[in-house]
Design a protein around this ligand. Structure first.
Ligand code: 13P
Ligand code: SF4
Length: 320
């Protein structure tokens, strides 16, 4: 405990000294989220993180999350020093969508509007016409469908299928998945629901379709937090990274939250409701990044930046 307090105190000092601000995702560890709140930073979903970093006047952004979030911040504000607790924190969606193959997919379907999820590299973003996060994906695809556009979607197939079902849009899908959400299991979730019949089920749309079907509310991290506050239920079964419980419990202290099951009895899972890359963000790494940003600083290719910026700004303007 004392050791942790030491880190927090030193980080607070360093944030002031360097005119830096801590921007954390809802999936990071509770102590990181609490520190971001205490120090005037933000705890948010991926869309709000991008907006916050873009609007803040700090010289330095410490992005506690995964690589695409740091890159998005750098694309939006290249004049700022953007650092991450570790540059090794990536995402299975980003890893599963290499630019060469994605380019070939786009080249083979030139008539389609390219819509990509924010969980991608700057190069993939630069290839996109639109970037979306799970907070605004549905509205943006709906809008494009109304304009009569057909869509090439990447990389998350579950989110893509969910949006396709909701909007009826013509979408050709890249077949990526999030290793965390892909693990939620329908049978085990139905069993859990039977045990807690009064619980509402909250599901992030990166989860498989049959899990989404059992949901009372489907949405991005911020939308699920809102649903926890607004639904009258006192119990919730939550199918997303367990990092989100920090904010849910803080906002709804009289409610009870259960992790949705990631595997049937006796089975194992790879990630068990906690993203291994989000988990790499620790207090020690944040202090190191503040003391010596080298090796932790995010850079993006300036030639790609322009393309990525155009589609990122399109998203920010649309969802303003
Ligand atoms: P949100 O945009 O809902 O926060 O989700 C992004 C994500 O998948 C982070 O892992
Ligand atoms: Fe990527 Fe899934 Fe981790 Fe989010 S939770 S960063 S989508 S692997």
């Amino acid at each position: 405990v004392e050791e942790k307090q030491g880190y927090k105190d030193r980080i607070k000092q360093l944030l002031k000294q360097k005119n830096a601000v801590l921007v954390a995702h809802y999936y990071t560890d509770p102590e990181i989220q609490a520190l971001a709140e205490e120090t005037g930073g933000c705890v948010a979903d991926s869309l709000e993180m991008a907006r916050f970093g873009n609007q803040h006047e700090a010289d330095m952004l410490i992005v506690a999350g995964v690589k695409f979030m740091g890159e998005t911040a750098k694309v939006l504000t290249p004049e700022k020093t953007v650092v991450m607790p570790t540059l090794e924190a990536t995402c299975s969606l980003d890893l599963g969508c290499p630019i060469e193959q994605f380019n070939a997919f786009c080249d083979a379907n030139p008539e389609r509007t390219v819509v990509v999820y924010a969980n991608t590299s700057t190069a993939v973003k630069a290839r996109a016409d639109w970037i979306v996060t799970s907070s605004c994906a549905l509205e943006i695809v709906e809008h494009l469908d109304e304009q009569g556009e057909t869509i090439l979607w990447g990389p998350d197939r579950h989110l893509g299928n969910y949006i396709q079902k909701q909007t009826g849009a013509d979408m050709l899908m890249w077949q990526g998945a999030c290793i965390v959400h892909d693990e939620f299991k329908t049978k085990a979730l139905s069993d859990m629901k039977a045990l807690h019949p009064d619980a509402a089920v909250l599901v992030h749309p990166e989860s498989p379709a049959d899990v989404i079907e059992l949901a009372d509310a489907v949405g991005s991290t911020s939308q699920l937090i809102k649903a926890a506050q607004e639904l009258p239920n006192k119990k919730f079964i939550v199918a997303t990274d367990r990092g989100i419980f920090y904010k849910m419990q803080q906002l709804c202290p009289d409610k009870e939250f259960f992790e949705a099951p990631t595997a049937g009895e006796g089975a194992t899972c790879r990630s068990c409701a906690h993203c291994p890359w989000m988990a790499m963000n620790g207090l020690k790494e944040i202090e190191e990044a503040l003391i010596d940003p080298s090796g932790k600083e995010v850079f993006v290719d300036m030639a790609l930046r322009e393309g990525a910026l155009k589609s990122l700004n399109r998203m920010l303007d649309f969802s303003a």
